[in-house]
Design a protein around this ligand. Structure first.
Ligand code: CA
Length: 375
């Protein structure tokens, strides 16, 4: 019997041996107590989660903590997950290998970090000028997205789940204004994923650096610009002290889907009810991260502008159009790598084509309407 059904069938007053649970039935009505004790005393799992973030980093690190905590709570302690910051057990960008090899059971990162393993992974994370958080979730949970992602990680003996959405990010921190496409020439910018390739073809020099190294690189002039996430994260990193111009919109990351990936052997060793708990916990973590960013970004932006004198700038239209044109080429190339990447690309593009027709007359039209007349 599943734990949930068992709890429902129990009456009042009986303490279930070894579980600390108080049953809700009299002894005569509790024929399943023994069975429950067997389930409760069953195998427990002590997992380690490596992450690509500094420990407790706002939004991302705390998102990993949240996931670990609710898996423990929802499973009544049958799975405990200990979270490690990037570099504690393995460097941030080795989380994929560590989980693939089974050194640890679980990882929390962003799929685009693994483009060197499988370029297709980038389509599950952030596509320049691609889908937003709610659109990605539609594709994952009610389209083909999650099945295709699992197929992509299967050769690495890993099972992925969405485990967070950043929402639309900021365009980044720049130490000079970007007034035209010419200003991108030679621009040395930390930017991950497909956005990096787009910037490169637009004349810039993309650099990959883990989050912990951003501030120093920007402050010392090793790089001219960096993107990170949005006001909540960027304020915490103090990036406003290293560069004065804060650009929007985050054309390169209309959201970043964060991921939880689980070693295939560890996953298959879980009983079905614990698998369901992990899966639903990841879904809850996805929702919670969106909610956290929605709640925290506005106040952080206000603080950046009013207290720290940050100069907000919108990318000029001609810069965005140029980047968008290049992005279409770059993303299409991912879809031409092999048969699987073609299926992922086709599925992504078909879903986006349909959902944008709806969102043009729902979300977009509504937000425009809300800004008409007096605020
Ligand atoms: Ca970012």
């Amino acid at each position: 019997m599943k734990r949930r059904e068992f709890l429902k069938t129990m009456g009042t007053g009986t303490v279930v041996a070894g579980t600390g649970l108080v049953a809700a039935c009299g002894p005569k009505e509790c024929p399943t107590v023994e069975a429950a004790a067997v389930v409760a005393a069953g195998e427990t799992f002590e997992w380690k989660m490596v992450t690509a973030w500094p420990l407790n980093f706002p939004g991302l690190g705390t998102g990993a903590n949240y996931l670990a905590r609710i898996i423990g709570e929802m499973s009544g302690g049958r799975i405990t997950v200990k979270v490690y910051g990037g570099g504690e057990l393995v460097p941030p960008f080795e989380a994929f290998d560590a989980v693939s090899r089974g050194t640890v059971e679980m990882g929390h990162a962003a799929p685009y970090y693994w483009k060197g393993k499988t370029p297709t992974a980038q389509l599950f994370s952030a596509v320049p000028f691609g889908m937003t958080a709610s659109e990605m979730n539609g594709w994952f949970y009610h389209g083909e997205g999650l099945d295709l992602w699992r197929e992509t990680y299967e050769p690495f003996n890993m099972v992925p789940f969405p485990a967070g959405q950043s929402g639309v990010q900021m365009g980044g921190w720049f130490n000079k204004e970007i007034n035209s496409v010419a200003d991108l020439q030679g621009l040395k910018m930390r930017i991950p994923g497909l956005g990096a390739e787009v910037l490169k073809r637009a004349g810039g020099t993309p650099v990959t650096l883990p989050g912990a190294e951003l501030f120093t690189a920007l402050e010392s002039g090793t790089i001219d610009a960096t993107e990170w996430v949005g006001p909540y994260n960027d304020l915490a990193f103090g990036l406003f002290r290293a560069a004065g111009y804060y650009y929007y919109p985050g054309w390169h990351e209309p959201t970043a889907t964060l991921e939880c990936f689980i070693n295939g052997d560890a996953w298959r060793a879980l009983p079905a009810d614990l698998q369901a708990i992990v899966e639903q916990a990841c879904k809850a973590a996805t929702q919670d991260m969106t909610a956290e960013f929605t709640a925290r970004n506005p106040a952080a932006l206000e603080q950046l502008v009013s207290e720290h004198g940050v100069q907000l700038r919108r990318f000029p239209d001609d810069v965005l159009v140029r980047l968008k044109t290049i992005a279409a080429e770059v993303v299409a190339e991912i879809g031409a790598i092999d048969a699987l990447s073609r299926r992922v690309y086709d599925s992504y593009m078909a879903f986006m084509a349909q959902v944008r027709r709806w969102h043009d007359i729902s979300d977009l039209a509504y937000l425009e309407a809300r800004n008409l007349g007096p605020r």
